[in-house]
Design a protein around this ligand. Structure first.
Ligand code: MN
Length: 280
C-alpha cells in the first residue's frame, strides 16, 4: 500500500502521510510525480492530493483524505475526524493535526520571523531551498516526528485529575489554578482558554498570562498585590516578587531560584488580586 501526496510537500502532506503510516500497512510515501514508479495494480491512499483519472489509471484507490472541496482546514484534519477513535491513534497526533490546520489556514504566516525559524513548515522550506527532493524531505521530517512523538504524546495528556485544575470565571476574565511548577502548563491554556494560570509548587508561586490575553499587563497588579500582602501581615514579601517587564509573568521563587518559605498568599488570594485589577 502506498500513500500519495502532492508535489512540493508541505506540513499537511507530510503529517497526513506520517499518521496514515500508523493506520495502514504503508510501504512507501510518494509524491504525485513519483506515482508512476508504483507498479500497476498497487493500492494507493490519496492524502492532500487530487490526481486526474488518467494518473490513477491502473491503481486501486483504497482511501481518500482531501480537504480542498470541504470545510476542513487540512487533510490531516480529515484523517483526525475519521480515525481519532482508532486504538492506533496516538495522543500526539492531535498536536500534529493542530499544526497542519494552523499552517494550511495561514496562521504561521502571521508568526514573527524568529518564531518561524524552527517551525516545521520553515524547515521544509529550508530543505527545499537547499535543493533536497520531496523524497528526502519526507524521510527527514518522518525522522524528526519519530523523535518528537513520545514528547507530543505526553504534551497531549489532559490534567491528571479534575481537582488539580480549578477554573474561576470573573466576568470575561478566566483564571485557572493548578498544582505544580510553571513548566508544561501550556495544556491548561489550550484546554480551558483561560487568560491566566496561577501555579504553586515547592519552588514558589506565580502567575502566567496567556499569549492571547496581551491586554492584561501583570505589572499593573503590583499595588493590589502589595495591599494583599499587607492584609496578611507580610508586606516585605513583595520585594521577593519578580515581574516580567512585558507583563506576561509574575512569580515568587522559581526552579532556578527556589523560595525558602511558603508564601503567605494562597493561589486563591492571587485570583482575588487579578479580579480586583482586571475584572470588568
Ligand atoms: Mn493541505
Amino acid at each position: 500500500m502506498y500513500v500519495v501526496v502532492h508535489n512540493r510537500v508541505d506540513v499537511d502532506a507530510v503529517v497526513s502521510a506520517y499518521i496514515l503510516k500508523h493506520l495502514y500497512p504503508v510501504e512507501k510515501v510518494v509524491t504525485l510525480d513519483d506515482l508512476a514508479r508504483i507498479p500497476k495494480g498497487g493500492k494507493v491512499i490519496l492524502a492532500d492530493v487530487r490526481p486526474s483519472q488518467a494518473e490513477l489509471d491502473g491503481y486501486e484507490v483504497v482511501a481518500v483524505y482531501d480537504h480542498h472541496d470541504s470545510k476542513e482546514p487540512s487533510a490531516s484534519h480529515v484523517i483526525w475526524k475519521r480515525h481519532r477513535n482508532d486504538p492506533r491513534w496516538r495522543k500526539g497526533f492531535d498536536l500534529l493535526v493542530e499544526m497542519a490546520d494552523a499552517v494550511d489556514v495561514g496562521l504561521t504566516i502571521m508568526l514573527p520571523r524568529w518564531a518561524k525559524l524552527f517551525h516545521l513548515s520553515s524547515y521544509i522550506t529550508a530543505l527545499r531551498s537547499s535543493g533536497y527532493s520531496d523524497e528526502t524531505i519526507i524521510r527527514e521530517i518522518f525522522l524528526i516526528l519519530d523523535d518528537f512523538m513520545p514528547y507530543l504524546d505526553s504534551m497531549s495528556q489532559p490534567p491528571k485529575a479534575k481537582e488539580e485544575c480549578r477554573i474561576y470565571e470573573l466576568g470575561r476574565l478566566k483564571v485557572a489554578v493548578v498544582k505544580g511548577g510553571a513548566a508544561g502548563k501550556g495544556y491548561v491554556f489550550d484546554n480551558y482558554m483561560v487568560d491566566f494560570v496561577i501555579y504553586e509548587c515547592k519552588q514558589g508561586i506565580g502567575i502566567i498570562r496567556s499569549i492571547r490575553s496581551g491586554k492584561y499587563d501583570l505589572n499593573r497588579i503590583k499595588d493590589a498585590l502589595r495591599r494583599k500582602l499587607r492584609e496578611k501581615g507580610k508586606e516585605e514579601e513583595f520585594g521577593e516578587w519578580f515581574f516580567h517587564p512585558l507583563g506576561s509573568f509574575a512569580c515568587r521563587g522559581s526552579r532556578t531560584y527556589p523560595v525558602r518559605s511558603k508564601s503567605v498568599l494562597e493561589p486563591e488570594d492571587l485570583v482575588e488580586v487579578l479580579r480586583e485589577v482586571f475584572a470588568e
